[in-house]
Design a protein around this ligand. Structure first.
Ligand code: NDP
Length: 255
């Protein structure tokens, strides 16, 4: 097997939750370009279908599935519909996530609960359900989208709920990696720095001095810059990696 052939995902089935959002769309395209058939999962199925159609137009195989990852009863039907159309799931990317730019004293109980519902409980719902199927088959690959917010405090608005939720994602990644390694399942995460999507508001004058002007590379990542790392973690190229948190932050956490 040549080095480059290890990145080939031909014949694999991949799922990207939140695949109709800024980062998720780029990850779905990257996995499809590497050869995987891709299912794009999100609540807004029409927007997910737009992404799937673009992948198909580019010669790839893709489908859209409408599902809310916080609804535990929706997960098995979502996996069933993907596996009946594309085949057994090899790669599952937990990318769906939400954020709230609020300091601690402004966080409401509802706001706190929503962040944890999507970023932690939703991710857990998917991990457990797909992990069970992968364990039965003796192989699988789960990639979680964490954040540098798991280890730093975002200035100027501290976003405590979001930061804590991403710390939970990183720890869950390690726990599942250790537990499921004997079942042939690898579990890794990426920890992006600031990425120019709707969520991050990197050009907001309140945030730009901290997130862009003060960063070593003085810019945010484009969503497309995360794609190759997902392909790496999803493929044989990273065959001895599990429980790793791959930081992609343009050096932001160096100081
Ligand atoms: P977006 O807001 O652009 O996309 C979020 C996606 O999640 C949307 O596609 C949304 O689709 C989906 N989603 C939200 N809630 C649910 C739900 N309950 N069930 C299913 N899908 C859901 O955000 P980004 O692309 O910026 O973020 C993607 C991931 O990357 C998140 O986990 C985020 O925390 C992480 N991240 C982002 C960074 C950044 O700077 N942007 C930095 C580090 C990490 P729909 O509304 O249709 O359901």
């Amino acid at each position: 097997m040549t080095v480059m052939s290890k990145f080939d995902l031909t014949g694999k089935v991949a799922v990207v939750t939140g695949g109709n959002g800024g980062i998720g769309e780029a990850l779905a395209h990257a996995l499809a370009e590497a050869g995987a058939a891709v299912a794009i999962v999100a609540r807004r199925v029409d927007k997910a279908e737009t992404v799937a159609a673009a992948i198909r137009e580019a010669g790839g195989q893709a489908m859209a599935v409408g599902a809310d990852v916080t609804d535990v009863d929706a997960i098995e039907p979502m996996l069933d519909s993907i596996e009946s159309e594309l085949g057994p799931i090899d790669i599952f990317v937990n990318n769906a996530g939400i954020c709230e730019h609020k300091p601690a004293l402004d966080v409401t109980p509802e706001g706190w609960r929503q962040i944890f519902d999507v970023n932690v409980h939703g991710l857990w719902n998917c991990c457990q359900a797909v992990g069970r199927r992968m364990a039965q088959r003796g192989s699988g690959n789960i990639i979680n989208v964490g954040s540098i917010s798991a280890e730093i405090v975002n200035r100027p608005q501290m976003q405590p709920a979001y930061n804590a939720s991403k710390a939970a994602v990183h720890q869950l990644t390690k726990s599942l990696a250790a537990e499921w390694a004997p079942s042939g399942i690898r579990v890794n995460a990426i920890a992006p720095g600031y990425v120019g999507t709707e969520m991050a508001e990197v050009d907001n004058p309140k945030f730009k001095p901290y997130w862009i002007d003060d960063a070593p590379m003085q810019r945010a990542a484009t969503p497309e810059e995360l794609g190759p790392s997902i392909v790496y973690l999803a493929s044989e190229a990273s065959s001895f990696m599990t429980g790793s948190i791959l930081k992609i932050d343009g050096g932001y956490t160096l100081w």
